[in-house]
Design a binder for this molecule. Structure first.
Ligand code: UVW
Length: 316
């Protein structure tokens, strides 16, 4: 190959890498109003207004098999940073009466928005002081929650779920500690599994990182394989109901661009208004090669919260 031509070929091979490394948040003028309309708070959750979203999932139920996709909240779970969850069991009282009815309950303290298998709402992340659809932090945050974009607005989600077993596609149980999932990985996985994505589907990505959950928590939270900015923008273009994964932030961390802190969170939650579902338990789904299924979950009705711990499920 002649030197000029080979330089050109090398440059065109490197361009996608450079483009993904150079992602910066778009301006408010570029991202607002949201495609769902000025003042919209539901983002990708608007897919639930279309009955076909739900029916496409329901049509996949054939045997009644349920596969749980949520981890148990309890001792041994990993936490991101100083997040916490505590439960103290209360043996409350023995009631008077011939039936000797005793009662038990518990006091719980914790970050119920952001622990365990968790669903991110749009008040979870900002670009500066600006959130999804250009709501402003100062206008919507109070001591007792967000007056806009609270998790209680999301409601019940039921749709077709699509598993993209990227670890399986790459021929490994667990992707490397800082592996960036590319567009080619996502497209290759879909082709290998012979499935397609429809608008309104719940897209679930297996990195294999979930195998460390509760087993090697220090490694689990130190870094993670996950989607990079280019793959995230590709996922946004698929117009999903949500994007989930078995790792803690969906995205690769640390980001290969050392100037960026979890940019994929901004791409989904601030720019595009697409919900995230983190720390999913995917081992059974992966082992059964269950690539499409009915997906269901509902966040807790925590008024004004940024997210919710959840227990999603796949039904076939
Ligand atoms: C952060 O809040 C930074 O991460 P996550 O949404 O993954 O819990």
């Amino acid at each position: 190959m002649r030197p000029i031509r080979s330089a050109f070929v090398l440059l065109s091979l490197a361009l996608p890498l450079l483009a993904s490394a150079q992602w910066r948040p778009p301006t408010e003028a570029q991202r607002c109003p949201s495609k769902w309309g000025a003042g919209d708070e539901r983002g990708s959750g608007n897919h639930m207004k279309n009955p076909e979203t739900l029916l496409r999932g329901a049509r996949l139920i054939k045997t009644g098999e349920v596969i749980e996709l949520g981890h148990v909240l309890g001792p041994g779970m990993p936490f991101f940073g100083p997040r916490l969850l505590n439960m103290i069991t209360k043996r409350t009282f023995m009631n008077p009466g011939a039936n000797a009815r005793g009662s038990n309950e518990e006091i719980m303290t914790g970050e119920f928005g952001q622990v365990g298998t968790q669903f991110d709402g749009f008040s979870h992340q900002t670009h500066g002081e600006s959130l999804y659809n250009c709501f402003k932090q100062a206008d919507i945050s109070t001591r007792s929650g967000f007056t806009k974009l609270g998790i209680e607005k999301v409601g019940m989600l039921f749709a077709r779920g699509v598993l993209l077993d990227v670890a399986g596609f790459k021929g490994v149980e667990i992707l490397g500690d800082t592996y960036e999932i590319t567009v080619a990985d996502l497209e290759g996985t879909l082709a290998k599994q012979a499935v397609k994505i429809n608008p309104g589907d719940a897209i679930i990505i297996n990195t294999g990182w979930g195998r460390l959950y509760g087993k090697d928590n220090a490694r689990f939270v130190k870094s993670t394989p996950g989607v990079g900015t280019a793959a995230a923008e590709w996922l946004v273009k698929q117009d999903p109901l949500l994007v989930g994964s078995d790792n803690w932030p969906i995205e690769v961390s640390p980001n290969p661009d050392k100037d960026l802190s979890l940019p994929v969170h901004q791409i989904f939650l601030v720019v595009a208004g697409v919900h995230l579902l983190e720390n999913m338990k995917l081992d059974e789904l992966v082992a059964k090669k269950a690539y499409e299924f009915a997906f269901t979950m509902q966040p807790l009705k925590l008024q004004g919260a940024s997210g919710s711990t959840v227990a999603p499920a796949a039904i076939r």
